[in-house]
Write a protein that binds this ligand. Structure first.
Ligand SMILES: Nc1ncnc2c1ncn2[C@@H]1O[C@H](COP(=O)(O)OP(=O)(O)OP(=O)(O)O)[C@@H](O)[C@H]1O
Ligand SMILES: [Mg+2]
Length: 466
């Protein structure tokens, strides 16, 4: 009960209404006392008028008049000369005098609270203005006990009434909250649970139905999100199927092409001049097709195996990569430079770092070769307390706009003739697998710089080695 929305509303409403009633209770009790005393003064004033009929009234009549007025004594001053008075014996001395001529609110409240707390049977004197301007002053003496009893009764009634009001209000609010909030919220939650069980089922998408605007907004937002999610799931599913099919096709195609590659050697040796002229082009085409299949297969592997971290010598890897690329460059006017401390040891997967650097250096070489002008590729490295930083810089033409816009997006960034657009994606994935980042540090007509940053703390990696 305490943990439900409606339950909390119920209890809070009772508390708040009771609190409000306390604030009302104090002034209203003070007001009740004031009315009570003024009423006594008025009754006493009427009783005192009997004295004017004749100066000598019988003691019996005087006693009856005072009893009806509820006071012991009355003195009504008409003017300086005349005054009317009724009196009877007072059982004990007067203990307090209250002036009801223009009292302040705080005085009234203070006196009322004092009266409520005072249990002694006291006699009090009350002074006031006569009603209807019928004199200068009126003064009565009376018992405090009946006043206090009347105040207590009144106060209890007020409290009882407020209790009843608060319980009724709270109950009505409880019902309102249940109908307006709790039920619709529960409906939305049920919907979400049902949807989560089968998010690809479009029939389970919520149809906004709440009458409360805020809830309806939430439902509409939820509907939009579910629609989008269901659509995305369907697309993903289709793409996954497509990916599976492409992987199979690539696999078989590569096998077929590899077989074809074996024959090209023989064809190259042919004496026919036409065949001799065509053979290198055929070889090139088949090699590119094999590369396409292999790259597609490599990308299709759901996850690269986690890097097997080892202490590896970076300058050795770089030398290896450069050697391979120098061979591939052939007669192209590309020069290579490296500036890596011979002792620099990385904590990385050697084979994967090799692939990353090969991809970057090869891209640079291909970009320079395409310009038919001389160019240089430089690989440098530095380290600080937290990371290693390896830079591959070239003096090539810079990344084409298409490659820049689709940087690190599979199949989309390829702007090179014969390129697939997977090299950078794979390199980026491998570096991320090391907990690091591959970024494009600079690219313009003067050249391009890619930067690999590898963290020294390998908290994000599973310790597969050492
Ligand atoms: N150093 C560079 N200088 C100029 N352009 C570059 C450089 N590196 C990459 N590019 C451009 O970015 C594109 C994407 O490179 P990426 O390596 O991802 O694919 P690719 O080389 O076309 O194909 P592959 O998958 O065979 O590597 C390239 O086609 C090339 O246009
Ligand atoms: Mg490439």
């Amino acid at each position: 009960m305490l943990n439900t929305l409606s339950g909390r509303f119920l209890i809070l409403t009772v508390i708040f209404v009771m609190l409000a009633e306390v604030f009302i209770f104090v002034p209203s009790v003070a007001r009740f006392r004031e009315d009570y005393l003024l009423d006594r003064l008025e009754r006493a004033q009427i009783a005192s008028l009997a004295v004017e009929a004749g100066p000598m009234i019988s003691p019996d009549l005087e006693a009856e008049l005072l009893k009806n007025a509820g006071v012991f004594n009355v003195v009504l001053r008409r003017d300086d000369a005349r005054q009317l008075a009724l009196s009877s014996p007072i059982p004990s001395p007067i203990s307090a005098t209250y002036d009801m001529r223009d009292p302040s609110a705080s005085t009234l409240i203070r006196d009322a609270m004092a009266t409520l707390l005072d249990t002694q049977p006291r006699i009090i004197r009350v002074i006031g203005d006569p009603v209807q301007g019928a004199g200068r002053l009126i003064e009565v003496t009376m018992m405090q006990v009946p006043l206090r009893a009347a105040m207590l009764e009144y106060g209890l009634n007020v409290l009882l009434l407020s209790a009843v009001i608060s319980v009724i209000t709270a109950f009505l609010l409880f019902l309102a909250v249940r109908v307006l909030l709790v039920r619709p919220i529960k409906g939305v939650v049920d919907h979400m649970t049902a949807y989560a069980a089968a998010p690809e089922d479009a029939r389970r998408i919520i149809a906004p139905s709440a009458g409360v605007r805020e809830l309806r907004d939430a439902e509409v937002a939820l509907q939009a999100m579910q629609t989008q999610l269901t659509g995305a799931l369907k697309q993903k599913d289709r793409l996954a199927q497509l990916g599976g099919a492409v992987a199979k096709v690539s696999h078989d195609l590569r096998n077929i092409l590899t077989a074809a590659q074996l024959f090209t050697d023989r064809i190259e040796g042919s004496d026919d001049p036409l065949v001799k002229r065509m053979a290198p082009k055929l070889v090139g085409s088949i090699s590119r097709a094999v590369h396409l299949c292999e790259s597609t297969l490599a990308f299709g592997r759901a996850d690269e195996p986690a890097p097997r971290l080892d202490h590896v010598n970076l300058s050795r890897i770089v030398a290896d990569v450069i050697e391979g690329e120098r061979l591939a460059a052939g007669d192209d006017p590309v020069s290579f430079a490296e500036d890596i401390p011979a002792t620099m040891m990385l904590r990385a997967d050697e084979e994967q770092m090799h692939r990353v650097l090969t991809n970057l250096v090869r891209n640079a070489r291909q970009a320079i070769a395409a310009t038919h002008r001389a160019g240089e590729i430089a690989v440098t490295a530095a380290e600080d307390d937290t990371s290693w930083c390896i830079r591959v810089a070239d003096t090539g033409p810079g990344l084409p706009a298409k490659a820049r816009e689709h940087l690190f997006q599979p199949f989309q960034g390829g702007a090179r003739k014969g390129g697939i657009g997977l090299g950078l994606v794979i390199a980026g994935d491998l570096v991320r697998g090391h907990g690091g980042r591959l970024t494009l540090a600079q690219t313009d007509e003067n050249g391009t710089v890619f930067e690999i940053r590898l963290p020294k703390a390998d908290f994000a990696l599973s310790p597969t080695n050492g």
